[in-house]
Design a protein around this ligand. Structure first.
Ligand code: FES
Length: 85
């Protein structure tokens, strides 16, 4: 629900993100809130890997299933096919 010019944006069951309703793109606001670790700790960036292989730059701390990757801290080793979020 809007509060003045500030809006709450909720993604699934996660805590809502506040957006000032200014020119900041929504993606930028969400990225800053949910992906601030960018180091394999929070798991917010988990993405399902449909095909391909990645290499981690450091050992991630977040738990991932065999078909998930953490794009914040890996690089492709092959062509990749990622599932839509
Ligand atoms: S942003 Fe936290 S694990 Fe990727």
């Amino acid at each position: 629900m809007a509060n003045g010019n500030t809006f709450k944006v909720r993604v699934g069951q996660r805590a809502p993100v506040s957006h000032r309703g200014d020119s900041t793109p929504l993606l930028t606001a969400l990225e800053g809130h949910y992906s601030e670790c960018r180091s394999g700790y929070c798991g917010a960036c988990k993405t399902r890997l449909l095909d391909g292989r990645v290499r981690y730059l450091s050992t991630p701390m977040a738990l991932v299933r065999g078909d998930e990757i953490l794009p914040c801290c890996c690089v492709p080793e092959t062509d990749l096919h990622l599932a839509p979020q």
